[in-house]
Design a protein around this ligand. Sequence first.
Ligand code: DX5
Ligand code: ZN
Length: 220
Amino acid sequence: MASKLIAPSMLAADFGNLQRDTEMVNNSYADWFHIDVMDGHFVPNISYGMPVIAAIKKHATKPLDVHLMIEQPERYIEEFAKVGADIITVHYESTVHLHRTLRQIKDAGCKAGIVLNITTPLNVLEDILPECYMILLMSINPGFGGQKFEDITYKRIKNLRKMIDEQGLDTRIEIDGGVTDKNIEQLVAAGADTFVAGSHVFKSDNPTATIKTLKALANS
Ligand code: DX5
Ligand code: ZN
């Protein structure tokens, strides 16, 4: 299986100290920056947009994994690419012409992925899987950090891994929401390989050490 990656969610960073927190991630065992974009329509919360992403990109030395929780994401793909997105994931539930949107992401020079809400059936991925670098399975209802992990996710990871294997693909499975040092090994065992962690990292006493522990547990 692919190496296990850790993507701290900048939603939980201190925006007053964005450069400091970006450098903390640079100097840690983290692999990517996870960037949550929320529009107040697709999810009941507003986070940040292009200027904040550009500010993170200015100091980041690792890829930006941009998770779009916005309606009609196809309207903004090129702009997100321009401010520094390396990977862009869009929700299945947010765009009508998914195939076209994924092509648009790739044409903009980024890796493309699809996000599913916690109870969106996996079979909607069947035909589009070969177009995806990664599938992000939500393990909470999107919109806020610090929520409790939903156990239904384990079954979903297993079934998705099976679907990926059956098609002979090496698509990444990313898990987002409530990931901690208590569940990451079980998530790996189920078949996930990429982990977002927001509050568990940034609300800990020593974020750098917390990232190191997550990375070690995921790769043990
Ligand atoms: C929520 C976001 C998550 C969030 C995760 O909609 O997609 O990336 O930052 O936060 P934690 O790790 O605190 O659950
Ligand atoms: Zn996210």
